[in-house]
Design a protein around this ligand. Structure first.
Ligand code: SF4
Length: 406
C-alpha cells in the first residue's frame, strides 16, 4: 500500500491555549487536516511522567502525555499522524522536546508518527503548499485570540451577571475560528467587531477599580489554564484584574532577537526578512485592534525594542532566553499601574529561575510592587490559593496606599 499523502495526514496540535483552535483553522484553510488535542489532565500528565526521566520541564511531560493519549486511541493511525511541536535554539530544554518525543513515540510502537517542528531559528516558518500564506494567517489567528483574551480579562472581573463575559468570549472565539478558516482578513475584522458589540452590551460594574496584577512567565504555563491551576481566574475571584502576557509577544520577541543577532553578525538578509515579517505583524495588530477600541481600556504593549531599553538598566537583553522577554515586558506593563506581579514558572525552569532571582532588582524599578513567584511541578495540591490570598492582600494595600496616593 502507498504511503499516505500529506493531504491524507492529520496534524495534531497540543491544546496549550485557545490559540490552538484558530491556528488549526488557519491550517485547514490551506487544505491541511488539523485537529486540536484535548487539554492536559492529571491522567495524561501521569502518562507523560511515566515515560520521561523526571528531569524534564512540566510542559514537556504534559505534551508527551497529550501525544500518547492520542496514539493510544482505538482509531489512531500512526501513518497518518503528524504532531505539531514547535522548537527553539536557545540554551534551555525547549529545543530538545521534539527529539525526546520522537524517541518516546518510537519506543512506544508509533515510529511512523511524525513530529513537525517549526523553529525560532526561522521565526516559525510553517509548512504546506503555501508556507508563507499559512504563516501570515497563523499570525492573524494568534493576534486575534490575544486581543479577544484581553477583552475577556478587562470585562470578566466587572461583570454583573456571572458567566456573561465567558459566554461572550466563547461565541466570539467560535466566530474567530470560522473567520480564520475562511481566510482571515476582513472576516476576522468582522468577527472582532461583533465581539466588541457583545462585550460592549455586557452589564458591568466598574464603580470600584480593582488592583491590576500582571501574570507573566514561561509561555506554556502562563497560557495553559489547566497546568497553571487557573491562576487568572483565581486572581479575579480574589478581587483583582489581570494583565497577562501574550502569545504574540513571544513571536515578536523571536523576530526581535533574529534581527538583533543578524545585525551583530552582519547577516543582513536575515535582518531584512525579520524586518518584513515584523512590519506585516504590526500592521495586522493595528488593523485588528481598531474594531476593539471601545472595549479595550489598557494601552497596547510597547514594541519589544522599547521594552528592552527599559530592561537594559538592570539586565543585558542580548543574553536572551524567555527570561529577557518576561522581565522586559513586566517593566513595560508597570506603566499601566500594576499593583502586583505573578511570575509563573515550571519547577526548575531555567529562564523562570533567572526571573525569580532578578525579582528584587526589578521591583526596585517598579516602586517595590508586590511580587509572587509560583513554581509548578504538576501536583494539584500546590499551596497556590493560600499564597495567592496573602499576595492579593498586599496587592490591595499597594493599590490603595501607593497607586491611589500618587
Ligand atoms: S522555558 Fe523553562 S520550562 Fe520551557 S523548556 Fe525552557 S527550561 Fe523548560
Amino acid at each position: 500500500m502507498d504511503a499516505p499523502t500529506s493531504a491524507e495526514r492529520t496534524v495534531y496540535l497540543p491544546s496549550m491555549s485557545d490559540h490552538a483552535f484558530t491556528v488549526a483553522a488557519a491550517m485547514r484553510h490551506f487544505g491541511v487536516r488539523a485537529e486540536v488535542l484535548p487539554p492536559p489532565t492529571q491522567e495524561t500528565m501521569a502518562m507523560g511522567l511515566a515515560l520521561c526521566r523526571g528531569r524534564e520541564c512540566l510542559p514537556c511531560f504534559l505534551c508527551v502525555g497529550d501525544l500518547l493519549q492520542k496514539c493510544r486511541a482505538p482509531d489512531f493511525d500512526a501513518k497518518r499522524a503528524v504532531f505539531f511541536m514547535p522548537t527553539g535554539t536557545g540554551p534551555c530544554r525547549f529545543g530538545q522536546y521534539n527529539v525526546l518525543q520522537k524517541s518516546i513515540l518510537t519506543q512506544e510502537g508509533y515510529p511512523e508518527a511524525e513530529i513537525v517542528s517549526p523553529s525560532t531559528a526561522d521565526s516559525y516558518a510553517l509548512f504546506g503548499a503555501d508556507p508563507v500564506g499559512l504563516r501570515k494567517l497563523a499570525w492573524q489567528a494568534i493576534v486575534s485570540v490575544d486581543l479577544l483574551t484581553k477583552v475577556l480579562h478587562e470585562h470578566r472581573p466587572y461583570e454583573m451577571v456571572e458567566g456573561s463575559a465567558a459566554a461572550a468570549y466563547g461565541v466570539s472565539l467560535r466566530e474567530l475560528v470560522a473567520a480564520v478558516q475562511a481566510g482571515g482578513g476582513s472576516a476576522v475584522v468582522g468577527a472582532l467587531s461583533r465581539a466588541a458589540r457583545r462585550f460592549g452590551d455586557l452589564k458591568t460594574d466598574r464603580a470600584e477599580e480593582r488592583p491590576l496584577v500582571a501574570v507573566i512567565g514561561e509561555l506554556y504555563l502562563m497560557l495553559n489554564a489547566q497546568s497553571n491551576l487557573g491562576v487568572v481566574r483565581a486572581v479575579e475571584q480574589a478581587g483583582g484584574e489581570v494583565l497577562q502576557g501574550t502569545f504574540s509577544d513571544w513571536l515578536h520577541f523571536v523576530d526581535w532577537r533574529r534581527k538583533d543577532l543578524s545585525l551583530r553578525f552582519r547577516h543582513y538578509r536575515n535582518f531584512v526578512e525579520g524586518w518584513i515579517s515584523d512590519t506585516y505583524q504590526r500592521w495586522i495588530e493595528r488593523r485588528f485592534t481598531i474594531p476593539l477600541r471601545g472595549v479595550i481600556r489598557h494601552p497596547p504593549e510597547a514594541p519589544i525594542d522599547e521594552a528592552m531599553k527599559r530592561l537594559a538598566v538592570c539586565y543585558e537583553p542580548v543574553l536572551g532566553t524567555e527570561a529577557v522577554l518576561t522581565m522586559a515586558r513586566t517593566l513595560d506593563l508597570a506603566r499601566h499601574g500594576l499593583a502586583g506581579v505573578i511570575n509563573v514558572l515550571p519547577f526548575s525552569c531555567m529562564p523562570g529561575t533567572v526571573v525569580s532571582c532578578m525579582a528584587p532588582r526589578l521591583r526596585e524599578e517598579m516602586n517595590g510592587v508586590p511580587w509572587l513567584d509560583v513554581a509548578y511541578d504538576g501536583q494539584e495540591e500546590t499551596n497556590l490559593h493560600t499564597r495567592l490570598e496573602a499576595f492579593m492582600h498586599q496587592a490591595f494595600q499597594y493599590h490603595h496606599r501607593v497607586l491611589r496616593a500618587s
